[in-house]
Write a protein that binds this ligand. Sequence first.
Ligand SMILES: Cc1ncc(C[n+]2csc(CCOP(=O)(O)OP(=O)(O)O)c2C)c(N)n1
Ligand SMILES: [Mg+2]
Length: 338
Amino acid sequence: MSQPELRDEVEMLSLMLLIRRFEERASQQYQAQKIGGFCHLYIGQEAVVIGAIAATRHDDYLITAYRDHAHALGRGTSANACMAEMFGKATGCSRGLGGSMHYFDKANHMYGGHAIVGAHIPLAAGMAFASKYRGEDRVTLCFFGDGAINQGAFHEAFNLAALYKLPVIFICENNLYAMGTSVERSTSLKQIVDRAEGYEMPGFVADGMNFRDVRDKLTEVIDAIRKDPHPAFVEIRTYRYRGHSMSDPASYRTKEQLEKYRMDDPITRLRAQLTREGKLSNEQFDAMDKAAKETALASVKFAEESAELPLEELYNYTYVGADGATLARAMSTDAPPL
Ligand SMILES: Cc1ncc(C[n+]2csc(CCOP(=O)(O)OP(=O)(O)O)c2C)c(N)n1
Ligand SMILES: [Mg+2]
């Protein structure tokens, strides 16, 4: 392997560590009631998003569901802006108006953070349509869970993406459960990837606990799409170590199942691969881990010290223009009914 590729793998490992340490801190802050609303952790799934990011260009579009911390951090949104968003602070990546499930970062081509299951899949088709229409060779990466594949929006988007040959990769993060419902209980197919056949779309499976497998499969898919625009479907098999959200004790699955996946941890695996190949020392790994922990801790301090969004900004950026006048008037008890 050449030197630049080697550096990249170590850098990707450090991003996976940052995601893990950031979310461990977020979990602690949630329990301390510093974070309101919902909070879904990606711990265990890090190689999915980082493998995909390693295979793509920074200007490729990315869109995802509500389990979105890793997608933003992987794309380059700062830990400070991510933590502050959960704290509802003005310095957050969505000005504190979105919270954990609605991270946005246009500069890093990260278009959300969407809480309605499956609703962003047609948006991804639209983004891919726009890049094809403009003659750009950008690819859209659209992540969603196994719970989204039976939604109408999924099928509508797949049909149009195939019909118009849109440059989009639909990535199903199959972590075996949608809240407490297992894939076997919700889906008629034995293999999720077979959904692609109904739309004559190429379908691929990748091992989401293995960074290199995800990166290599996606590299192949992306190369083909850049040469000749078309959609593709990739089922990435993975597992979340934590419950669906912070309030889920995950009693619907066994300790043995959880242990099996924890033994196959994506960070431990990539570390072992690099160490075995003489590309990473224990000292280097420890230094990277220490830096990730420090960044996560510093993000909590930053979020705590950041100012709240002024109250008059509350109605902005939703249904009306930046001044928020229309909705603010409608919300006022003094205002005549609209
Ligand atoms: C249209 C819609 N129906 C129901 C819900 C409630 N809900 C929130 S998350 C979720 C499960 C989705 O699971 P999956 O797509 O597998 O993603 P994961 O949480 O495993 O990442 C459900 C049903 C919702 N947000 N949107
Ligand atoms: Mg799922």
